[in-house]
Design a protein. Sequence first.
Length: 108
Amino acid sequence: MFAIIQTGGKQYQVTPGARLKVEKLAGAAGEKVVFEKVLLFSTDDGAVVTEVTRLSDIKVKGRIVEQGRARKVVVFKRKPKTDYNKLQGHRQGYTLVEIEEISKGKKA
């Protein structure tokens, strides 16, 4: 059983027990999170659900494991003839989520 969810402008394939890093979500470690934007759902027997009316009943539930920041990305700009140098760094925030269950509604 797996589902494809959308969060933070990106799509992720999730299964129960999987851990994934997503764009920063509100909440502290240990809190529950529900992903309601499910784009595709596949059952254990291989049946695939893509109909919007049936996907609205499926919810992906998870737990926030940690809030963190990724490794630093260095941004260096240089224009040699004008003696222009600019050095910047950026660390993107992320949330590590553990998927607990994929709950199906009555219609799915």
